[in-house]
Every structure is written in C-alpha cells, then in structure tokens.
Design a protein around this ligand. Structure first.
Ligand SMILES: [Zn+2]
Length: 135
C-alpha cells in the first residue's frame, strides 16, 4: 500500500522503526518495512495514523486483509492484535533462547499463528539479533 512520505515517517517514528507485530527492527532488515492498514482499505479502513502500523514484509504478507483468525488453543474466532489499541507486552513474549514469539493471550496466540511469526527464517533472524544483543 502506497502511503505518502510524511505519513510514512510518522508511522515509522511512532513504531520506533520496528515491526509493530513481531518487533523486528527495520535497520536490521534487508528490505524496507511497509505501512500496513490494520483494517484493510477493502473493508473501508482509512489511510490515517489511527489505522496504520509499520510492518515487516513477512508480517504484512501474512496478515494481508485478515482481521481475525482461529485461536490454536481454543479453536474460537479471535480478532488479531491491533497495535493501536493493544499493548505488545501483554499479548506476546519473545523467548530469548529459541527466538520464537510466544502468544500470551488468545489474541497473541492467534496473531502468532496467522502471521506465521515463528516460521524458520524470521525466527533464525531474531535468534541472531538476540545473540548480538539487539533484541
Ligand atoms: Zn514483523
């Protein structure tokens, strides 16, 4: 999604230049991060700060237009993590040994699952950043 540059700068600054889903820092990513619509444009989500989040290409690709998923623990429909209204530290925890992101709540578990946050490549990248003291 194309977003004009001043708006992108505001989104990136607010996010401390980290993916707002997996917390990966953009400066350590080979590709630039994207401005993501939390509620997708196709569902009338506006292009304004309150509906935008900075996302790495992995999270953005897997989130796509999704707003909910199935909690792997309970099998119920749950809405995904919303970086504007939810606190990351409540819903997720980074396992410093494995590099995996562990969902701490139904929203966290579901978002980890839908965004494939613990796929091999991003998990390996996080382990490397942990080793170098970045995460
Ligand atoms: Zn991410």
């Amino acid at each position: 999604m194309r977003v004009n540059d001043p708006l992108r700068a505001d989104v990136a600054n607010r996010a401390n230049e980290r993916c707002e889903y997996c917390q990966y820092p953009e400066e350590h990513s080979p590709s630039s991060f994207q401005v993501e619509h939390i509620v997708p444009s196709s569902a009338d989500g506006p292009t304004e700060l309150s509906n935008l989040a900075l996302a790495c290409s992995h999270c953005n690709l897997h989130k796509g237009k999704r707003q909910e998923g199935i909690d792997p623990q309970t099998g119920t429909d749950v809405r995904l993590f919303n970086p504007r209204s939810n606190d990351w530290t409540v819903h997720f925890r980074l396992n410093q040994e494995t590099g995996e992101i562990e969902g701490q709540t139904s929203i966290g578990r579901t978002t980890v699952e839908v965004l494939l946050m613990n796929a091999e490549q991003p998990t390996r990248a996080r382990r490397n950043l942990i080793r170098f003291g970045v995460l």
